[in-house]
Design a protein around this ligand. Sequence first.
Ligand code: CA
Length: 673
Amino acid sequence: MRTSLFLLLSATFACAEAQTVSSPDGRLSLTLQTGTTTTYSVTYDNHVVLEASPLGLIANYADLATDLQLVKTQVDTVRNNYDMTRTKRAHSDYRATRLRCQMQNPKGWPIDIVFQLSNNDVALRYEIDKRKDRETGSIRVMEEKTGFHFVDGTTAFVCPQSASMIGWKRTKPSYEENYVYDAPLSVTSQYKQGWTFPCLFKLEATTEGKKSKNVTKNYWILVSETGVDSRYCASHLSDFKENAATIAFPMPEENNGNGTVEPAFALPGATPWRTLTIGDNLSPIAETTIMYDVVEPLYETEHNYQFGRGTWSWILWQDNSICYEDQVKYIDLAAGMGYEYVLVDNWWDVQIGRKSNPVNGHSIEDVIQYAHSKGVDVFLWYSSSGYWNDIVQGPINCMDNSIRRKQEMRWMKEMGVKGIKVDFFGGDKQETMRLYEQILSDADDAGLMVIFHGCTIPRGWERMYPNYVGSEAVLASENMFFDRHFCEQESRNACTHPFLRNAIGAMEWGGCFMNRYMDRSNQKRHPRVTTDVFELATTILFQNPIQNFALAPNNLAGLNVPDGKEAGPAPEVCMNYLKQVPTTWDETRLIEGYPGKQVALARRHGEKWYIAAINADDVPYSFTLDAKELGIDPATLLLYSGGNNPVLTTPKMKKGKISVTISKNDGVVFVTK
Ligand code: CA
C-alpha cells in the first residue's frame, strides 16, 4: 500500500527546520536539519551512529550547499519487489520510507535531497531539476559536500585509494590495495587519497538491559554507493578529518589525465545513491541488497545468459600457456569437470593468433571450435586500451573505440564466443564509466557477457546491466601466484571480503587452488598456506556468478597430460565437490564472523544449502552449526573436513547441532544432500 503525506512549509521560514523519518521497523531513524549547512544524522535503536553530517553540492552555476532553505517535504513509502539471477539472493522485497526534501538556495536554485530508509539501509541522493526562469539544461558538479561524521571511538575497516598512474604499466587505481583493520579514525591512507568503497565502520554503544544491567554492543556501518553509470563518476571517501569523511571525486591524473574530474549530467537528473548499511551485528552488512534495491535495469536483453564455472590456464601456467596445446588441456579439464566455460587470457591474438595469422597451424578459431566440440563455451581476454596506460598485452585497441569494438564483437558473435574479460581500465572518472557502459551495451547486442579486471568495483551493475558478470577490484588470486605473502594473507582476505568487497557486488577472485605449490609442476616455488578444504570453502564465501577456478589439468585424475611436467591429481573428494558446486544463489545468510578473523556463511542454491566456515586467526575457531536455525533437516547434512587430508563424512549431530574446531588457514564445508 502506498501512503503519502504532503507537508507544505513556507520558503521564507527563516529558522532551522528538522525532519525525522524512520525505517519500516522503526529501528533506523534519520534527521535532516537545515541551517547554514544542511545536515543529516542517523540513529539505530536510539543510539547515534552517525553525527550531523553535511549535505549538498557545488554546481558550476550555483552553490547548492550553503544556506539551503526547505521548501517542501514529502514522506511516502517505496516498494521494489523483484527477482535477480546473479547475486547473493534470487529475490528482494525492498520496502523503505522515503523523505524528499525540496530545497533551494538563497537565489532560488533548486536541489532535492532524497533519503530512503529500509530496515538496515539508508540510501541518499540529490535530484536536480531545471529552473523554469533560467536556461539550465545541464549541471557540472564541481564538488560534493556529502559527508559521514562518525561518533567518537568509531574504528574503520578500509582500503586506501591508490595514487594514479602508478604500478604495473601505469594502470592504477584498480582497487588492489591492502585493507587496514579496526583502525582509529586518526589513520591516514597510504597514498593520502582517501579510501575506496565499500568502507566498514564499527562503534560500541551501551544500552540498559534487563535488571538495569548495561549491555555493550558493536554497531556496524557499511558505506558505499550504487547506481553509478555513464552519467557520473565513481566516487570514494576522503581521508578522515576529525572523525568525518566526505565524498571524493577521482584524481585529475587518472586515465592518463584525460577526462574531467567533475561529473556532469543533463537536467532534470540525479546523482548516484550513497548508501549506509547499519546493524547491531554483521548480518545486515553481508546480506545487504541495497545496491540492487534502488536501481533499475538500464536495458532489456534478448539473451538468456547462463552463469557457471570456468577454467583458466593463466592463473597457474601464466603467459606461456596461452598457446593452442595448453588451451586444449584446459578445455579438456573444463569438460572433465562438467564446467561451462574456459577463459583464454592475454596474448591469444599473438601467441595463438587470429585466423589470418595462425601460430603453428592453429588459430583462436580452432581453440573455440575445439571447446565447442567438448561442450565448453569460451571467454576471451581483451585490454581496455586505450590511451590511459602502457599495456602491451594483446589484444589491444579493440575495446576503446566503438567502430573497432563492434567489429570485434560481431566476429565473436559469429564464432559463438559467450563472453569477454576486459582488463586494465583508467580509473573512476565519468569518462571511464562511459567506457564500461559502452562495452556492456555493445556486448549485449552481440550476446556477450562481460567480466572486468584491473577495474573499479561494480555499483549495482548486476541489476543495471543484464550481461554484466563480475569485477576484480580486489587483490585477487593472481597475487598468490606472484608472491608468497599473499598466500600467507589468503585466509585473512577470505575472512574480509564477505563483509566488504564482496558484500556490495560480484567479486571475480579467480581462485580455489588445488595445486599445493604455486607452479605448473606443483612441486616448486612457494606453497599454498591454506588447506584443501579451506579452498573448497572459498567457492561458497566468494560470490561471482561465473567462477573461474584456479584448477590445473593435473588436478583431475585421468586427464591426459602428456609431457609429464605436472605432479599427480588433487584429492578426489575435492574434485568431486568442485564438479557440482553452483555459482548462483537463492539466499545468503551470515551465521557469524569478524572481518579478517573468521567467517561462517550459508548459501542456498535451490533446495540445497552450502555452508562454509573458515579461520584466519591464530586462535582456533570453535564453530557450532545449528541446522534448525537455518531450517535444515540435520539428517541431510554432509561435512567436508580434514584440512589437507580431506574427507566427506556424515556429521554426528546432537539436538540438531554440531561443533567443530577450525585451525588457522583451515575450514569446513557443510552441504545438504
Ligand atoms: Ca588484477
